[in-house]
Design a protein around this ligand. Structure first.
Ligand SMILES: NC(=O)c1ccc[n+]([C@@H]2O[C@H](COP(=O)([O-])OP(=O)(O)OC[C@H]3O[C@@H](n4cnc5c(N)ncnc54)[C@H](OP(=O)(O)O)[C@@H]3O)[C@@H](O)[C@H]2O)c1
Length: 250
């Protein structure tokens, strides 16, 4: 029996699913019939809507947890496992960007970026992958960024964390492939979410002009690829960083 894409209800964990790309990922997996757990520091209207929707509320779980709080994540994983069993698909999506040139970036912000964008992913994956190894099936998808591949002025530490994430992906894929677990990164270009609200009009227009597809990315451009990577059909794709950027880095 396939534990993965062909069964009706896998257990999926998406970090940072309260808004932005994470919320689109939650929608995508719920639409496929999966049981979906997510967490973020604060709840949102999107979370309230899933909690009260009779079509999905029994397959949705939300925790108000900071991804950098290791004990909080451990407790949440315990709740999910008790309710539904082991996590089969992990999407490490929660992340933050702080836009500042390195000399003026606060030391504290360097720590915050590395803690959330790199270390929290490593620790959550470490906890989730153990049961996946015993189950002989799993999918780990890390949301990276083209900034980790190409760089962007003002995002050096964010870029370092995302490049680190891609290295983590490649090495972990080699460790766990033998147990039918794939590990991949998805590197979006510039998406229309709250994260990019801070970019000024000029920067936005310049990004659109330089993008062969002539527009910013939408969250659905990315969530459809993540859904495919999570499926059984993608069982021979591992250790990769897949770019979804309308061609801007091509
Ligand atoms: N937007 C882009 O252009 C773009 C491009 C490339 C890659 N990405 C990557 O895509 C991912 C999602 O980005 P997005 O644009 O959807 O961002 P977003 O709109 O800012 O949403 C971020 C999500 O992560 C959660 N989050 C942030 N800090 C957290 C923490 N410490 N603990 C738990 N949850 C936390 C947020 O909820 P709370 O704030 O309530 O915790 C929210 O649910 C990130 O990894 C980002 O680096 C984005």
């Amino acid at each position: 029996m396939s534990i993965g894409g062909n069964t009706s209800s896998r257990v999926v964990l998406v970090s940072g699913g309260s808004r932005g790309l994470g919320a689109a990922l939650v929608d995508e997996f719920l639409a496929q019939g999966d049981r979906v757990a997510t967490f973020s520091r604060r709840s949102t209207d999107r979370v309230d809507a899933w909690k009260s929707d009779p079509r999905v509320r029994d397959r949705f779980h939300f925790g108000e947890v900071d991804a950098t709080d290791r004990e909080g994540c451990k407790k949440l994983l315990g709740e999910i496992t008790e309710k539904w069993g082991n996590v089969q698909v992990l999407v490490n999506n929660a992340g933050m960007a702080i836009d500042a040139l390195l000399p003026i970036l606060k030391d504290d912000d360097v720590d915050k970026l590395i803690e959330l964008d790199l270390k929290s992913v490593i620790f959550l994956t470490k906890r989730v992958i153990r049961p996946m190894l015993l189950d002989n099936w799993g999918r780990v998808i890390n949301i990276s960024s083209v900034v980790g591949l190409r760089g962007y002025r003002g995002l050096s530490v964010y870029g370092a964390a995302k490049a680190g994430l891609d290295g983590f992906t490649r090495a972990l894929a080699r460790e766990v492939g033998v147990r039918n677990i794939t590990v991949n990164s998805v590197a979006p270009g510039y998406l229309r979410t709250e994260m990019t609200h801070g970019l000024d009009e000029n920067n936005m227009n310049q990004i659109v002009r330089r993008t062969p597809m002539g527009r910013l990315g939408e969250v659905e451009d990315v969530s459809s690829l993540v859904a495919f990577l999570a499926s059984d059909k993608a069982g021979f794709i591992t250790g990769q960083t897949l770019v979804v950027d309308g061609g801007i880095t091509s």
